[in-house]
Ligand binder design. Structure first.
Ligand SMILES: *[C@@H]1O[C@H](CO)[C@@H](O)[C@H](O)[C@H]1NC(C)=O
Length: 331
């Protein structure tokens, strides 16, 4: 009897341990806020301040954007133009599907097979931004983000991304010097994360999108990068909440399906979901225990018949008696 309980406990611990281990990085995402790497509002010069010209300009003055082709939809032309108008001294690069593929084929041929194999076009739009930041450096901006002020103060940090609530980082506005180790790790990890999940939204998020980037961010920070290798974090207030923030956010995400609503609901109710997960998990374990392990301990006389119960194939168990008879013959 004790042996069964011990086996049951060991198996339970192993299953729980494995489950926690596989989602450990995700769990840490819920508790890490990145404030130690925050670009604080106090160190950012105000718009039009003379101090802007004194900050170092490490990131090259290039703005990268992506779209299927050159015909940008009307509702994104405003935000796009706001960034171009504010930055006449920046180079502007629009990465169409065609240009993106040519660039990967020429500069990162090892990735072309993965790139072509992605089932969703948004995965190519996600990945091309990491590669152009790694290759050219500059600032990547989603087409639904407009510019609210000049981005020059953000050129002072070798690499930065934007924090999202409730958890993680986004890939809709990012800046870096060429060959920054964070984006090197990002592009290097892409093939390994190229997996299919049940819902398209999860597949995109976890293979190339913000969830993928957030997990890479956690792994990267575990190595304790210092100095120029640090990845700095732009918080929501500096991103778009105020007149002195850098961006304005416009609605119109091109690829959000219905499952996005489920994911957002899950993100908002993660405590409830975690709790339910544990309840369901333990209920299943409890059922297994009551149905399969306990009866063996209670029925039948002590050791012998219990073991034969385990050993005998089912078709021989016509009745309890016959079963015991078999057993006796065998032993
Ligand atoms: C650009 O892509 C859009 C969306 O697929 C399409 O409707 C449009 O015809 C394309 N424009 C050109 C010039 O190919």
């Amino acid at each position: 009897m004790r042996k069964n309980i011990i086996i049951f406990l060991v198996v339970t611990c192993a299953v729980l341990g494995f489950a926690v281990h596989s989602v450990w990085t995700l769990l840490t995402l819920l508790f890490v806020d990145g404030s130690e790497d925050a670009i604080s509002r106090a160190e950012l010069p105000a718009p039009n301040s003379g101090a802007i010209s004194e900050v170092p300009q490490l990131i090259p003055k290039i703005i990268h954007q992506t779209y299927i082709n050159e015909s940008i939809p009307a509702h994104w032309k405003g935000p796009q133009q706001s960034c171009i108008d504010l930055h006449p001294d920046y180079e502007y690069k629009l990465w169409t599907d065609k240009k993106a593929r040519e660039f990967i084929a020429a500069e990162y041929p090892w990735f072309l097979e993965t790139f072509d194999g992605y089932p969703y076009p948004i995965q190519r739009a996600d990945t091309i931004r990491y590669f152009v930041l790694h290759h050219f450096g500059g600032i990547y901006i989603d087409l639904d983000d407009g510019c609210n002020r000049k981005l020059d103060p953000l050129l002072a940090y070798p690499a930065w991304v934007r924090r999202t609530k409730p958890t993680g980082i986004s890939n809709d506005a990012m800046g870096a010097v060429p060959r920054h180790p964070f984006f090197l790790k990002t592009i290097d990890s892409l093939p390994e994360y190229n997996r299919k999940w049940i819902m398209p939204y999860i597949t995109v998020m976890a293979s190339t999108g913000p969830l993928f980037l957030s997990i890479i961010w956690r792994h990267y920070n575990n190595l304790k990068p210092e100095g120029d290798a640090r990845l700095r974090i732009l918080f929501p207030d500096e991103y778009n909440n105020h007149p002195w923030s850098f961006f304005t956010h416009h609605l119109g995400n091109s690829w959000h399906n219905n499952d996005v609503k489920i994911i957002f609901w899950m993100a908002q109710h993660w405590i409830l979901i975690t709790f339910l997960g544990f309840v369901i998990g333990f209920s299943i374990l409890g059922c297994i225990y009551t149905l399969m392990i306990k009866p063996r301990q209670q029925n039948g006389p002590p050791s012998k018949s219990r073991f034969s119960y385990v050993r005998l194939p089912f078709y021989r168990r016509v009745s309890q008696k016959e079963f015991e008879l078999d057993d006796r013959h065998k032993v």
